[in-house]
Design a protein. Structure first.
Length: 80
């Protein structure tokens, strides 16, 4: 796709992209709260016990199974 076509498409959806920055700097500024939250989550993950890690893995496996249960055959995200 050409650059001008991409810009045209972006202009059409711009009103729906509340968190899309006009410049890379503005995008970084808009992303700061999420980046700080992710950093805190990563710091918490560094001190998890083996038991907590295993529980989180089991919960993630259950979540994946649940998500796939709503998707038709041939369109599973995790189990195919």
């Amino acid at each position: 796709m050409s650059g001008s076509a991409e810009l045209g498409e972006q202009d059409n959806i711009a009103p729906y992209l509340k968190h899309f920055g006009e410049t890379p700097e503005e995008q970084l500024q808009k992303n700061q709260p999420l980046m700080e939250w992710l950093k805190k989550q990563m710091e918490k993950a560094e001190v998890l016990s083996e038991e907590e890690i295993n529980i989180n893995r089991q919960l993630l496996d259950r979540l994946k199974t649940h998500i796939d249960s709503f998707r038709p055959e041939g369109h599973k995200l995790f189990s195919e």
